[in-house]
Design a protein around this ligand. Structure first.
Ligand code: GRF
Length: 208
């Protein structure tokens, strides 16, 4: 059984997609042992509670320094004994010590086809604004392992989504979530839970 801890900051629609997939059996061999938010008002915490999943809040605002926060944050994660940590719209920088400790056991969903529209400054609506400003016709989402860089880790799954005439950043964001993020994030967890994902030479091999 893969123990999964999900880190969130906001609405938690990706968390919901994971919960639904576990409940429907689309994800097997998996238990969500906890949800941690940096924001106590995150609706994601309510989603967790509604499904009997433990929700916790650790906010940088509660600590005098980033070091103190990082320590408490890592302690909270460690206590939940995760086999896999899922960043589902988590807006806090992961402490380097945690990346080291959980190498190839932290995954992130990014709302673009990496290496396009990723890296520092590309988060939330900004990603979709940049895609529309460049006039690309295809966008998408990527699930990748987290390493020390920003959106630089080994890519697990990607899914393309078409841009439509007249799209606003909000419309594009919604379509990328519906058609890509909510599908490939649960899919990646299921592959990992069933031992199908291996990282070799910095690249992911998936066995079917
Ligand atoms: C998603 O667009 C995700 O790709 C990004 O943050 C957003 C989170 O949305 N990293 P939600 O909280 O899962 O609804």
């Amino acid at each position: 059984m893969l123990n999964v801890v999900v880190l969130v900051s906001g609405g938690g629609t990706n968390l919901q997609a994971i919960i639904d997939a576990v409940e429907s059996g689309a994800i097997t061999n998996t238990k969500i042992t906890g949800v941690i938010s940096n924001n106590k008002n995150a609706y994601a915490l309510e989603r967790a509670e509604n499904h009997g999943v433990r929700g916790l809040c650790v906010s940088p605002k509660g600590y005098a320094s980033r070091e103190e926060f990082n320590e408490k944050f890592m302690e909270t994660v460690d206590e939940l004994k995760p086999d896999l940590i899922v960043l589902a719209g988590f807006l806090v920088v992961i402490p380097p010590a945690m990346i080291e400790k959980y190498r190839n056991r932290i995954i992130n969903i990014h709302p673009s086809l990496i290496p396009s529209f990723c890296g520092t400054g590309f988060y939330g609506l900004k990603v979709h604004e940049a895609a529309l400003a460049r006039g690309v016709k295809v966008v998408g989402a990527t699930v990748h392992f987290v390493d020390e860089g920003t959106d630089t880790g080994p890519i697990i799954l990607q899914k393309a989504v078409e841009v439509q005439q007249g799209d606003t950043p909000e419309m594009l964001q919604r379509r990328v979530m519906e058609q890509a993020e909510w599908k490939i994030l649960p899919q990646a967890i299921n592959l990992i839970a069933n031992g199908k994902v291996r990282v070799e030479n910095g690249k992911v091999n998936i066995t079917e």
